[in-house]
Design a protein around this ligand. Structure first.
Ligand code: C2E
Ligand code: CA
Ligand code: CA
Length: 771
């Protein structure tokens, strides 16, 4: 009787358990859906802005390339047919973006570098915009020559009298645009991307290699995006997302893309696929739990029916077999010992290969192995569940230098034990030198890594006790998600390193999260850096000279030398892009010396053309100033080519003066002693330039082109006025940079600047083109 009651109660309990399991399963599925959705949203939002960035960089460098080509083209107006040869000559150089270039006269008759045939393009917006003096990127247009769809970048051309003489343009067929965009990895078979023109027509489609409706997607080129995506209205605003029943649409305006947009379409299947294995897991766990509850209720019920008998039986059984059991025990003990020994040796070996002796953490070999194993077993799990974190101690070398290696060791140990204590720091390992690596659960998000950084740097800010003194340190963090395409531990490491390096650039205790943008930037940097090494020997670099002219527009005062790099591998690379890279690698020192030698030689010819009074203005970066002997080298070269120091102006920016190294000051001091003149470049762009003006006896100040470009605005005019007053007070000569139009030239003359420099007066030219 009593037992039946118990049984009844137990069955009830089993029922309640069953219900709870079912409810929990429901909740987990709901939660899972939410977590996944947030994850995917973030992922694709990041992806669309990466793509936007790639496109905008691409367009910007397209215009940059056009500017260089335009710089080298003189068109005085009139019959365009005669321009075929120069155009073709300019074109015969290897370019990497345009399919062809062309010019049009003011009436819209045009000629291309490919084909002499000429029709009229006066009705095209890119022509009209360029005729208004604007730089422009056209909507998708059908070529009048080949009928292929293309995109046209255009800008105005001026004759030698600075009158608008026509339009210069570069055409890119959309098929080659698609080709050039192909390296941008979509990496996901549920995603496709569109590039859409300012009128909303699809210009290019990108899909991953295994996208199933690839051909259909390509047929969408040329159609309105609303039709392609069955939208009820056009894409509003410059950024947004639209939730369709079976897909998500993300879109964004391309920065300086003249109205072009990128659109990313993600099928909801992407979300469900990510979830399916997780769902299966929950399902299996639920079924397993149900089975357990069922078995438990059965077995306990059985035991309640005949508990005593079974116990007796079992007891008898054991007594009968007891001798045998004891014998077995003995053998087992021996085995156990052997096994134990084996285990110990193995542990020792493991310890030696996989452990860092200083911190007792696992080492880089282990971490790499461990991560690779996880990647092999379940990439999906890594992708969705973890982020990888690299941590590096800031200025570790200084600590070693100040406190000795044992001081450095103390810091490493301290941080190691702190990391080990934290529950959210998983698999922490000691990497090379002063680095640590670990995983953090992705559900806590990157925010958790920020918290870890806060906590660590908080702890470190109190200092680490070491032999009676306190060592103050901080640490920087590089974080990366795992990506589908990164299937080797090494490439995950690389991503984390990229992020870490970016963080270190920002200063101490920083944190940076990896993204595709950083990667393409780093890849291009590395490629450029490698190509640069041979560029001087291969004659890919050369100087051009831009005249600096009195505001009357007549007299050439001097020339600024500017470097050009026409790379066989990368086409034209702008100095603004490669000079910072050369500075990082210090290769700029070689480039700078090469330029000094080359341009001081050319200065003889420039003097022959313009008279002995002209000067050469040359750019030097802070790294060159840090190099001992810079001033002496310049002096030696000047003497060698027979120039007076006063003929040479060295342009320096505020960045040079911000470096507080004795070499920099010594070099500047020597330049002044030798009698070279100094010019302050890009004036007005920094925040402390005023104080710098007083630091050294400058002869010239160059007003940055951003002020000149906006001369029509009242506020810019006021600023220019103030700058002129300052220059006057310190009796400096003023040069206005980037003067492009007659209007700007008249303004700066009106304000009272001495000299002007810019396309209006003269483009940067090769020596042989200067007459
Ligand atoms: P920067 O010293 O301010 O040089 C002036 C820049 O403005 C040059 O760009 C020039 O081509 C451009 N420019 C001149 N007139 C006009 C105009 O009317 N409109 C427009 N939109 N631009 C105009 P570039 O040659 O691309 O050089 C960029 C920067 O790279 C230079 O800025 C300079 O800081 C650096 N750089 C160039 N050559 C050298 C070099 O030989 N050594 C070093 N250290 N730096 C250099
Ligand atoms: Ca300059
Ligand atoms: Ca400048």
């Amino acid at each position: 009787m009593k037992q039946t009651i118990k049984l009844f109660v137990f069955n009830r309990l089993a029922l309640i358990f069953t219900m709870m399991i079912l409810i929990l399963t429901g909740i987990s599925i709901g939660y899972l859906y939410n977590v996944n959705q947030v994850f995917y949203e973030n992922k694709y939002e990041e992806q669309v802005s990466n793509f936007e960035w790639v496109m905008s960089e691409w367009l910007k460098s397209g215009h940059q390339e056009l500017a260089y080509l335009r710089e080298n083209f003189n068109y005085q107006g009139g019959e365009v047919k005669e321009q075929y040869l120069p155009l073709q000559q300019l074109w015969s150089k290897k370019q990497n973006r345009f399919d062809y270039i062309f010019i049009a006269n003011k009436q819209g008759d045009y000629i291309t570098s490919k084909n002499m045939q000429s029709k009229n393009i006066a009705d095209r917006t890119y022509f009209q915009e360029a005729m208004k003096g604007n730089e422009f990127t056209s909507e998708m247009v059908a070529s009048r020559l080949t009928n292929n769809d293309m995109m046209v970048l255009s800008a105005s051309l001026y004759d030698s009298q600075h009158r608008l003489s026509g339009v210069f343009a570069g055409a890119i067929e959309l098929s080659s645009l698609t080709e050039q965009m192909a390296p941008f990895q979509l990496g996901d078979k549920y995603v496709r991307a569109y590039i859409v023109d300012q009128k909303g027509y699809v210009g290019s489609v990108l899909t991953s290699a295994d996208y199933s409706h690839k051909e259909k997607a390509v047929r969408d080129i040329g159609k309105p995006i609303e039709t392609v995506l069955s939208l009820s209205e056009s894409l509003k605003g410059n950024k947004g997302k639209i939730n369709q029943s079976h897909e998500m649409i993300y879109y964004e305006d391309i920065e300086s893309g003249y109205g072009w947009k990128v659109v990313l379409v993600v099928s909801n299947a992407a979300l469900y696929e990510g979830m399916s294995t997780q769902l299966l897991l929950i399902f299996i766990i639920a079924v397993a739990l149900l089975v357990v509850v069922y078995r438990l209720s059965r077995s306990i019920a059985d035991e309640m029916v005949k508990p005593v008998e079974q116990l007796n039986d079992a007891f008898d059984d054991m007594m009968g077999r007891s001798r045998f059991v004891r014998k077995m025990d003995f053998k087992l003990l021996e085995m156990d010992e052997l096994f134990h020994k084996f285990e110990k040796t193995r542990e020792e070996i493991n310890r030696l290969t996989y452990q860092d002796p200083l911190t007792n953490l696992t080492n880089i070999t282990f971490f790499r192995y461990h991560l690779q194993k996880m990647l092999n077993e379940s990439l999906d799990r890594l992708v969705s569940q973890y982020v990888l974190v690299f941590l590096e101690i800031d200025h570790f070398k200084v600590i070693n230098d100040t406190f000795g290696f044992s001081g450095g060791d103390a810091v490493l140990k301290h941080i190691a034990s702190w990391l080990r204590e934290r529950d959210d720091v998983l698999d922490v390992s000691k990497m090379n030198g002063d680095e640590f690596a670990f995983l953090v659960n992705h559900e806590w998000g990157v925010l958790r890594v920020y918290e870890i950084r806060e906590a660590l740097n908080q702890m470190l800010s109190e200092g680490i006790d070491y032999m009676g003194s306190r060592i103050m340190v901080s640490a920087s963090f590089g974080v990366t998600h795992f990506y589908d395409e990164d299937t080797s531990a090494e490439s995950c490491f690389q991503n984390a390193y990229i992020a870490l390096n970016e963080a270190k650039k920002e200063g101490s205790a920083s944190l940076e999260v990896f993204n595709q943008r950083l990667k393409s930037r780093v890849t291009r940097r590395v490629m450029l850096e490698m190509s640069m090494r041979t560029a001087l020997d291969e004659n890919e670099m050369y100087p051009v000279y831009q005249p600096i002219i009195g505001v009357d527009g007549q007299s050439v005062q001097g020339y600024e030398s500017l470097i050009r790099w026409d790379s066989k591998a990368h086409g034209f690379v702008a100095p603004n892009e490669f000079i910072p890279i050369a500075e990082d690698s210090k290769f700029i020192v070689q480039i700078g010396r090469w330029m000094i030698n080359k341009t001081l030689n050319d200065l003889k010819a420039l003097k022959e053309i313009n008279g002995d009074h002209i000067y050469l203005s040359l750019n030097a970066s802070s790294i060159e100033f840090e190099e001992r002997g810079f001033a002496e080298f310049l002096m030696e070269q000047a003497t060698h080519f027979g120039h007076q120091p006063i003929d040479i102006i060295v342009e320096l920016t505020e960045r040079v003066m911000m470096v507080e190294k004795p070499e920099v000051q010594a070099n500047i001091q020597k330049l002044i002693e030798f009698g070279f003149r100094l010019s302050l470049d890009d004036f007005g762009t920094g925040y402390s330039s005023l104080s710098y003006l007083l630091k050294y006896p400058f002869s010239v100040v160059k007003i940055d082109r951003s002020f000149v470009a906006n001369t029509h605005e009242r506020s810019a005019q006021d600023l220019l006025e103030v700058m002129r007053l300052i220059a006057e007070k310190y009796t400096l000569k003023t040069v206005a940079e980037g003067v492009e139009t007659l209007e700007q030239a008249e303004r700066i003359k009106g304000i009272g600047f001495h000299y002007g420099q810019g396309y209006f007066y003269g483009k940067p030219m090769k020596l042989e083109d200067i007459k």
